[in-house]
Ligand binder design. Structure first.
Ligand code: FAD
Length: 370
């Protein structure tokens, strides 16, 4: 339901001082709900924590880390301030360590589907799994939305999903000693093909054309391995499959000239990229532009007071989709939230180096300063 609609439906009257349509029974009460456990959502926990604002974090994925974990866990990042180099996984692990003192609760594998403003100024938030929250503020750190892998369009093939058909690799060991067909022409397809050559029984890469979106060095390495008969590359599209004893026994690869080959396999790994879906966020009554949430640059607040948007999901003049920009946004959004969480408190900026109050919050010893 759109937030605007929910707001008008919940306008208090003498008879109904609170929203009577929203069943809030059993909802978790909190200061802040963060939608998205990518790097920016994680740092949002930290910045809110320093201001003594408690948060719950929700992510539709089962793993924490957003794009850093989903798209490039082992790739080096070079532009995190004061961290010369770290991988996507290392960044996520370090952020998790940094937010430990704040004891945020994570609700993973559930998408936030409903956001409604209540008559008492708080928000009602519900996930697809039915977890409910009553919160004073919301921080949307949903990146590019929920990740949905682009699917292989072959009739009936989806019934092998998770047994022989895979759109992401959770456990590379399961492919060792197997005959693999890997479909795609981007970094993920090439990276996994190169990683599994020599460990799998055989690797056949299938891409619709002899041109790649992947790093040139990976393409050169793949071609060299093909020349040395360590793997195979076929130009064509997967157009069908054959089955034996309930298992996919081979796929049919059709080339541009219409010739179809049969390629035997144990597993088919498809990397056609992830298509970002804004999903339910589009229905929350927030001002959107080009599928991004419009915010101010003072507090990174949306058109709905109390709802903030940080990281890749937001839009403002000069926006750059970088992790460090998201970190800055998270800091200012936290200060912006204090007027809803502590309306009577004056909030002062304090340094983590010198503030005994922050040391207490962080659970560290206060150093002696001369
Ligand atoms: C290959 C690659 C390399 C990159 N390299 C760099 C780099 O070197 N330096 C750099 O600064 N940036 C880099 N980036 C960009 C960087 O990864 C993003 O800027 C960053 O991940 C944004 O973080 P975020 O927390 O805003 O969003 P994300 O990382 O996208 O996380 C958002 C999370 O929100 C969740 N979500 C979405 N909708 C919902 C919903 N309705 N309910 C619940 N959960 C939801 C998603 O599942 C996701 O986990 C790179 C990106 C890619 C793809």
């Amino acid at each position: 339901m759109a937030l605007q609609a929910a707001m008008s439906a919940t306008t208090p009257t003498e008879d109904t001082p609170f929203d009577v349509q929203t069943d809030t029974a059993g909802a978790i009460e909190t200061d802040a709900v963060i939608v998205g456990a990518g790097p920016v959502g994680l740092f949002q926990v930290f910045e809110l924590g320093l201001l003594e604002i408690k948060s719950h974090v929700i992510d539709s994925l089962k793993e924490i880390g957003g794009q850093c974990i989903e798209l490039y866990p082992d790739k080096p990042i070079y532009d995190i301030p004061a961290v010369p180099v770290c991988t996507g996984k290392e960044l996520t692990d370090n952020l998790l360590k940094q937010i430990e003192p704040f004891g945020a609760t994570f609700h993973l594998g559930q998408e936030v589907s409903i956001v409604q403003k209540l008559a008492d100024g708080r928000f009602f938030v519900e996930t697809g799994k039915g977890t409910r929250f009553l919160t004073k503020t919301i921080f949307i750190a949903a990146g590019v939305g929920s990740f949905q892998p682009r699917l292989l369009k072959v009739p009936d093939i989806e019934r092998f999903l998770g047994t022989q058909l895979f759109y992401r690799v959770r456990d590379p060991l399961q492919f060792h000693g197997r005959n693999l067909v890997i479909a795609g022409g981007g970094d993920s397809a090439l990276d996994w093909a190169l990683d599994l050559v020599g460990k799998a029984e055989s690797v056949v890469l299938v891409h619709r054309r002899d041109g790649f979106r992947a790093a040139p060095a990976s393409v050169a390495r793949m071609k060299d391995l093909c020349d040395r008969l360590k793997m195979q590359f076929l130009v064509g599209q997967i157009t069908g499959f054959d089955e034996a004893a309930g298992r996919m026994s081979e796929v049919r690869v059709t080339s541009l000239d219409g010739l179809t080959r049969r390629v035997p396999l144990d597993a088919l790994l498809v990397f056609f990229g992830l298509s970002p879906k804004l999903g339910p966020i589009a229905d929350w009554g927030l001002d959107l532009e080009r599928k991004q949430i419009v915010v101010d640059t003072e507090k990174f607040e949306t058109n709905v007071p109390g709802i903030f948007a940080v990281g890749d999901i937001n839009l403002y003049p000069g926006k750059k989709k970088l992790i460090l920009s998201g970190f800055h946004e998270a800091a200012l959004a936290s200060f912006g939230a204090t007027r809803y969480v502590f309306p009577d408190r004056k909030i002062h900026l304090q340094y983590t180096t010198t503030s005994p109050k922050l040391h207490k919050i962080l659970g560290v010893e206060s150093p002696a300063f001369d």
